[in-house]
Design a protein around this ligand. Structure first.
Ligand SMILES: NC(=O)c1ccc[n+]([C@@H]2O[C@H](COP(=O)([O-])OP(=O)(O)OC[C@H]3O[C@@H](n4cnc5c(N)ncnc54)[C@H](OP(=O)(O)O)[C@@H]3O)[C@@H](O)[C@H]2O)c1
Length: 293
């Protein structure tokens, strides 16, 4: 089977490349080899390689920058998935695509399920929703996984930023009124493979670990586990102070409630997704292995 992987240098793309490799021949162009902003180049690439499965982990993920780069974000997050889905429909190929909790309006304190009304608060969220809608409307064989707060032992993410800051600073202020589930890229890739192999019904699914926390809670857990694993830090967990979103202004508005209901995916796969805390432990272990290698 020929698999096309887009976004292999990103957090999710890196893990997808590892876990899908037993399934077939993966072609995974880097940005230098294929600029995804270039619609004609993407069309030519699809015609040349004729993949029967596309894993689209590429996206415009700079949430704040997207506010001033709407067109670029729209091409990557909306136009590209549309193009991939149109190809998949006419070539009878399958498409696995990734989306975000930011498509929801973030009100209340209950988890959103996949049928909840959308209502993105940011350009990033709006463009991700454009992509989801286009893939769904295309009629191709597809799975869209909406996930939240992605992190891994590589790349730019909250866990790595906190570890860097926690080695120098003795106090930090972290937002405590945004609630969600931190999701390791590795879990996303593993569950995607399971969903593909079990051929669950096409559609949109939420994919995150069980449980919830705030960014402040996540930061405290990172520091406390890191120390438990025998590694020094300048900061103590108690010195991570809670602040409201209002005290940390950003160009893009973020949802306060990022809780995602997991029942649909758990039922389709007949599994219980793991708790976010156990996933953090595994990801921190991997991060420490990389630091000490
Ligand atoms: N990060 C989060 O917190 C989060 C939360 C919810 C959902 N998601 C979704 O999860 C998926 C994966 O996110 P991620 O965190 O793994 O993303 P990421 O680490 O930012 O990776 C994005 C990938 O897209 C590639 N890319 C962007 N523009 C490109 C272009 N013009 N041409 C070629 N490649 C381009 C990047 O290549 P370069 O390395 O060359 O830039 C990179 O490989 C995305 O759909 C995202 O919307 C992410």
């Amino acid at each position: 089977m020929k698999i096309l992987l887009l976004g292999q240098t990103g957090q999710v793309g890196f893990e997808l490349k590892r876990v899908f490799s037993p399934l077939g021949n993966i072609v995974a162009p880097t940005r230098d080899q294929l600029d995804l902003l270039n619609k004609q180049a993407v069309a030519d690439y699809l015609s040349e390689h004729k993949p029967s499965l596309i894993l689209n982990a590429a996206a415009y993920t700079a949430v704040d920058k997207a506010e001033s780069e709407h067109e670029l974000a729209s091409r990557l997050n909306g136009g590209l998935p549309q193009q991939l889905a149109d190809y998949a429909k006419q070539a009878n190929a399958s498409l696995i695509h990734y989306s975000s909790d930011y498509v929801y309006p973030g009100q209340g304190d209950q988890p959103f399920d996949e049928s909840a009304p959308t209502g993105p608060l940011s350009v990033y969220g709006k463009t991700k929703l454009e992509g989801d809608d286009a893939v769904t409307a295309s009629g191709c064989q597809h799975w869209i996984f909406r996930t939240s707060w992605v992190y891994s032992a590589r790349g730019h993410n909250f866990m790595r930023t906190m570890l860097r800051l926690g080695k120098d600073k003795t106090e930090l202020k972290v937002v405590a009124d945004q609630i969600g589930a931190p999701t390791p890229a590795r879990l996303i890739a593993q569950v995607s493979l399971l969903a593909y192999l079990r051929d669950i019904p096409a559609g949109t699914y939420h994919l995150a670990p069980r449980g919830k926390t705030s960014w402040q809670g996540f930061a405290k857990a990172i520091f406390s586990l890191y120390r438990t694993m025998g590694h020094p830090l300048a900061i103590e967990s108690e010195a991570v102070h809670a602040i409201p979103t209002a005290d940390y202004p950003t160009p893009a508005k973020r949802p306060l409630n990022s809780r995602l209901a997991l029942t649909k995916l758990e039922a389709a796969l007949d599994i219980a997704l793991p708790q976010w805390e156990s996933q953090l432990e595994q990801t921190l272990e991997e991060s420490i292995d990389r630091e000490t290698a």
